[in-house]
Design a protein around this ligand. Structure first.
Ligand code: CMP
Length: 156
């Protein structure tokens, strides 16, 4: 199976609450492959593209204001079905309903202030990586232990 890419954002509330390391740790120990990492202040134009599917929702303005309130940390991950694995670790959107053991289940009480974002598909991952990372900010280094993470037939 082919790998795909998924962008994770540690949102302003996750940065403020000192959860950057905790969040990265959860994905690293899962076996995901980090190929990009940066702190970035999201501007209005990028956020309008990023949240284009929410542009007609009543919370769009508040969402953009929140997401630009302080820098976020963007991490580009690669793996087989990366967005599926990552979104399971995130938990459901509303933090107070998210399952214990997930990031939102452990750290969030809110629907909007829900600590992390992740691309919801391989296609979204490709689109979002282009909005955040320049080509020379992506490092597809060879991870030496992939044969311990995936069975041989999964890597064909
Ligand atoms: P995420 O799934 O990362 O991307 C869309 C975001 O919109 C979502 O996280 C929430 O932070 C936010 N969101 C979704 N629904 C609502 C809502 N009803 N009110 C406010 N914010 C919302």
């Amino acid at each position: 199976m082919q790998t795909s890419r998924c962008v994770v954002l540690v949102k302003p509330d996750g940065v403020q609450r000192g959860l950057i390391g905790e969040i990265i740790h959860r994905f690293e120990r899962k076996g995901l492959h980090m190929i990009g990492l940066k702190m970035i202040a999201l501007d209005d134009e990028t956020l309008s593209d990023w949240y284009v599917e929410h542009k007609d929702k009543p919370f769009f303005g508040d969402l953009k204001k929140f997401m630009s309130s302080n820098p976020v940390v963007a991490i580009l991950w690669e793996g087989i079905e990366a967005s599926v694995a990552i979104r399971n670790i995130l938990g459901s959107t509303k933090g107070r309903e998210a399952a214990p053991g997930t990031i939102r289940g452990d750290f969030s009480m809110s629907k909007q202030y829900n600590i992390v974002h992740a691309s919801d598909s391989a296609e979204a991952g490709d689109r979002e990586q282009k909005l955040i990372f320049k080509d020379d900010e992506i490092f597809p280094w060879k991870k030496m232990n992939l044969d311990q993470i995936y069975a041989p037939d999964e890597m064909e």
